[in-house]
Ligand binder design. Sequence first.
Ligand code: GLN
Length: 197
Amino acid sequence: MSTDQLRVGVLALQGAVTEHSGALIKAGVKEVVQVKRPQHLEGLDGLVLPGGESTTIGKLMNQYELMEPIRKMGQAGIPLFGTCAGLILLASRIQNQQWSHLGLMDTLVDRNSFGRQRESFEANLQVDGIEGDPFPAVFIRAPHIIEVGPTVKVLSHYDGRIVTARQDNLLAASFHPELTDDSRLHQYFVQMIKQNR
Ligand code: GLN
């Protein structure tokens, strides 16, 4: 099917919602829905969970009754793409924290893993499944994945740390692919959505 029938949501509680929407449009999505309430999830073919502050976003997701329906979407095989805080929201385990948020992806993650002196930086990454030049990745107080389960595919490393991974319908990146003009990771996600339909 063509991308112009796709409806993709961006969780719009915090973070770079407009930038993600722009990147999805650039990747060929016709309709992007800003998700603030459970009814906005209806009929979505995929959902982006943007960066921000995972604790805050998690609280807001609970408050607006979005946690359970998004978890169900993920369990039903609808593609979800978590970037930065979104990667933390997807994880089944968070280092030094007793609870998780969506708990969908078989990963153990560490928040704020690149240290204060490197609060934000850009790096060129080789990402599995992304053709051509290295991917320009913007890291902002970025998490990384410490451990993955057997069904998780690691797509890229930075400094020996896992920063992009996929498990079936779940895609997670430590960095902010929406903050550069390069929409190849969003294209990769759109491809996942198309294959799922
Ligand atoms: N460090 C943040 C957190 O723990 C994530 C940072 C980001 O999304 N840019 O939620």
